[in-house]
Design a protein around this ligand. Structure first.
Ligand SMILES: Nc1nc2c(c(=O)[nH]1)N[C@H]1C(S)=C(S)[C@@H](COP(=O)(O)OP(=O)(O)OC[C@H]3O[C@@H](n4cnc5c(=O)[nH]c(N)nc54)[C@H](O)[C@@H]3O)O[C@H]1N2
Ligand SMILES: Nc1nc2c(c(=O)[nH]1)N[C@H]1C(S)=C(S)[C@@H](COP(=O)(O)OP(=O)(O)OC[C@H]3O[C@@H](n4cnc5c(=O)[nH]c(N)nc54)[C@H](O)[C@@H]3O)O[C@H]1N2
Ligand code: SF4
Ligand SMILES: [Mo]
Length: 696
């Protein structure tokens, strides 16, 4: 028996926890937390442990596939890699010759390895690199940029040292990041208080000191009332505010009408309970964290909910504080040199972004880096500002991640080439012209990645086992295309060529990763001194950039649309044992949770004659929807129904997931058109559904 341990990086969700893989006789025997990564305590989450379920599942694309029938019809022929890469490269060349390189759109899930995708797109000559984030955290990102002048990941959640944590639209024990969960639980053991604001009792809510079950869509009213209490009772960090917060007097004036009594009418949260909570919260300052949220593509004012969350942190003096939100350090902040960015090996493309991010009217305040992919889809259809004819979806499933998949397909109609690079089947891969199957993370190595934080580091994923099928690593796929398209630097034969390029001048060599799988760039945590990249160099409550784009920095509160009497507002979230839609067919995780259920309030269920576990039909205003079991509970707001996202699969190649549960995306007709002009997130919870009991 031959056994070894290989350092990898978990690939079961985008968090990318450091992993260690036990390999026995060439088979993966188990996947664990990297024992050298302190925050993990040796463990991954259930999904991380289910990695072998992905690796040893035969129901994933095993070889390149080229479509033979209509798009989405499911008729394929297997192809060799040479054939498939030639096919894609030839089409790309023809499209580039006719329409210019900007006719390529590329969307990426994002994460620590995006430098490779970005470099490929720029090497091809296109400005149209996008990530998935308008369906996730764009509102948080843009809120952070507007208040502090930096991206959301440049602020660390120092949960381990926190004294009071507030989770608003943040299901930290199910929307998991293992280190964050461990840090929060350690802080709780040391007496840290926890407050949860949600529309239902999620798992953190069940463990909280203060739990506010509020009316869906009223978080902005809640936060304005919190600021009102902080200001009127002078609970803010006076010295910090004086030194760092610009426009405090205007904020003071603005929040005057938004008393806790006002908020109680909107949110349903008891005014005195809110006051008591805010007083306790302020006592723990500056070691407090008001989490600005993660998946907040929910409402027309979610951007402002995130902005007020950040403003509350600033008023508490938590920005930069231990146990609050200290500034993340990069290599340069601890006297080291950062990784060489592959994308910077190529010149910046001449054409402007097709989605208008950063330049078009009303879009000047948006971060041009990863753009706005749904608006790029609109550009495919409108051909404005120019035609887009090729689309590569890399590790991205827009047909499961955006509302109204049929509407998304229509926007894609003018594409002459559509490619999916993926390791499982997905609705998007099924609709593509070419599927390029990527090896699972256990069968591939990846670029060196950098991670900021209090102790910045570089980490490296090694291949644990050989690919089971005819699949390739991402660097191999893009090297294959780069060779055919004449993109220098990426046309490599070995991963070491890229690693050495990335590590040049950093003082770190590939061999340095052998000991632990990562290399720490600093021995101790560094709490960086404050500095903000806003125009004033301060924390800005009023943003000139927003103003110029016609977005008010402090809009008056507007009550959410009334839920029609016989309908419910659709709400959704995660569960601990699945990642989005792509683990439902994983045999191990499917066994733990094969389908989703529909949460609805006892009083509403009674009126509809629905009992717990009854089969019900949920339908959108346009009539789409499906059937699932009811979960009748007192612990959800009566106006809402809730379901876990990612179910309702229909593909014949996913025998387990097929036909189980309902997809929330199908309940959001024309949902792509409704996006937040301030933060660019899609407003996915601005839809109403009806529910009825059906016969078994
Ligand atoms: N209605 C509704 N829509 C939502 C959400 C919701 O809750 N409700 N959640 C939103 C959120 S928070 C997000 S982040 C998005 C997520 O949606 P997406 O951005 O599409 O991301 P994933 O579902 O994580 O992965 C997409 C595809 O990439 C494949 N994949 C995963 N990992 C890898 C990899 O390492 N390599 C390769 N090549 N392929 C990989 C998966 O098999 C899957 O098919 O959806 C958003 N959309
Ligand atoms: N297990 C697991 N972990 C994951 C993921 C996964 O798929 N599975 N995905 C990862 C990704 S990509 C992301 S973005 C994060 C997501 O992490 P989170 O954003 O924390 O997760 P969610 O469960 O989508 O939503 C958080 C909470 O918002 C609540 N909510 C809904 N509407 C409202 C409202 O109007 N007001 C308030 N206050 N609350 C509301 C929901 O009930 C839910 O409890 O998780 C990451 N980690
Ligand atoms: S949170 Fe879980 S699934 Fe995500 S990377 Fe970490 S261990 Fe893997
Ligand atoms: Mo997300």
């Amino acid at each position: 028996m031959e056994s070894k341990q290989v350092f990898s990086v978990c690939g079961m969700c985008s968090v990318r926890c450091p992993a260690a893989v036990d390999v026995v006789d060439g088979r993966v025997a188990g996947v664990f937390g990297n024992p050298h990564a302190a925050g993990l305590k040796g463990s991954l989450c259930a999904r991380g442990a289910a990695g072998p379920g992905l690796l040893y599942d035969d129901e994933r694309p095993q070889t390149p596939m080229i479509r033979t029938g209509e798009r989405g019809e499911g008729k394929w022929r297997a192809a060799t890699w040479d054939e498939a890469l030639d096919y894609v490269a030839d089409k790309l060349k023809a499209i580039r010759a006719e329409h210019g390189p900007e006719a390529l759109l590329f969307s990426d899930r994002g994460g620590p390895y995006m430098d490779l995708s970005k470099a490929f797109v720029r090497g091809f000559g296109s400005p149209n690199y996008c990530n998935h984030d308008t369906a996730c955290a764009r509102n948080v990102q843009h809120a952070c940029l507007s208040v502090f002048g930096c991206g959301r990941k440049e602020l660390v959640y120092d949960l381990k040292n926190a004294r009071h944590v507030v989770l608003q639209t943040r299901n930290i024990l199910e929307g998991i990041n293992v280190k964050e969960v461990n840090d929060l639980l350690d802080a709780r053991d040391a007496g840290c208080k926890l407050t949860v604001i949600d529309i239902r009792a999620n798992i953190p809510g069940a463990k909280a000191d203060h739990f506010f079950l509020i009316r869906p869509g009223t978080d902005y009213a809640f936060n304005l009332a919190v600021i009102n209490v902080i200001v009127t009772e002078k609970l803010y960090a006076r010295k910090f505010v004086k030194e760092w917060v610009k426009d405090f007097d205007l904020l003071k004036e603005f929040i005057a009408p938004y008393t806790p009594e006002f908020a109680e009418k909107e949110t349903g949260a008891n005014a005195e309970a809110l006051r008591a909570f805010v007083r306790q919260f302020a006592k723990a300052a500056p070691s407090v964290i008001w989490h600005p949220g993660w998946m907040v593509s929910r409402y027309g004012d979610s951007f402002h909910v995130c902005r007020t969350a950040y403003i509350i942190n600033a008023l508490m003096g938590a920005i930069g504080a231990k146990g609050g939100l200290p500034l993340s350090c990069k290599a340069g902040d601890v006297g080291r040199k950062g990784l060489k960015q592959l994308v910077e090996l190529f010149p910046k493309p001449e054409a402007k972004r097709a989605d208008g991010a950063g330049w078009a009217e009303g879009r000047t305040h948006f971060d041009a880096g990863p753009g706005l992919v749904n608006l790029a889809f609109e550009a495919i259809a409108s051909e404005k500002p120019y035609p887009i004819r090729a689309y590569i979806a890399h590790r991205h499933d827009p047909l499961m991640a955006f509302p109204d998949p049929e509407a998304v397909k229509k926007l894609w109609a003018k594409l002459e080439l559509m490619v999916a690079v993926t390791f499982t089947w997905s609705d998007t891969a099924w609709f593509a012209d070419v599927v390029l199957p990527m090896s699972t993370y256990l069968e591939r190595e990846s670029l060196v990645a950098g991670k900021g934080g209090l102790k910045p580091q570089f980490f490296l994923r090694q291949r644990a086992v050989a690919p089971r099928f005819d699949t390739k690593a991402d660097w191999e796929i893009y090297a294959g295309l780069a060779k055919r398209l004449g993109i220098a630097h990426l046309a490599v034969d070995r991963p070491e060529e890229l690693w050495e390029l990335q590590l040049e001048g950093t003082g770190v060599s590939v061999a340095d990763f052998a000991a632990k799988g990562f290399v720490e760039l600093a021995a101790k945590p560094t709490y960086k001194p404050l500095a903000f990249k806003t125009p004033s160099g301060k924390i800005e409550i009023l943003s000139e950039k927003l103003d110029k784009a016609g977005v008010p920095s402090l809009p008056p509160y507007a009550s959410p649309a009334k839920t029609p009497k016989d309908r419910f507002r659709i709400t959704f979230g995660r569960c601990g044992v699945h990642t989005q839609g792509h683990t439902v067919n994983n045999p191990l995780l499917f066994e733990l949770m094969p389908e989703n259920v529909l949460w609805l309030h006892t009083s509403r269920a009674k009126a509809l004659g629905i009992h717990d576990k009854d089969l019900v039909e949920v339908s959108s205003t346009r009539g789409e929807g499906g059937r699932l079991r009811a979960f009748v509970t007192d612990f959800i707001h009566p106006e809402a129904v809730f379901m876990v996202h990612g179910f309702g699969h229909t593909l014949p190649v996913e025998s387990r997931a097929k036909g189980r549960g309902v997809s929330d995306n199908d309940l959001m007709p024309d949902g792509l058109d409704n996006w937040d002009k301030g933060g660019a997130g899609i407003c996915m919870q601005e839809h109403f559904v009806s529910v009825r009991r059906v016969a078994e």
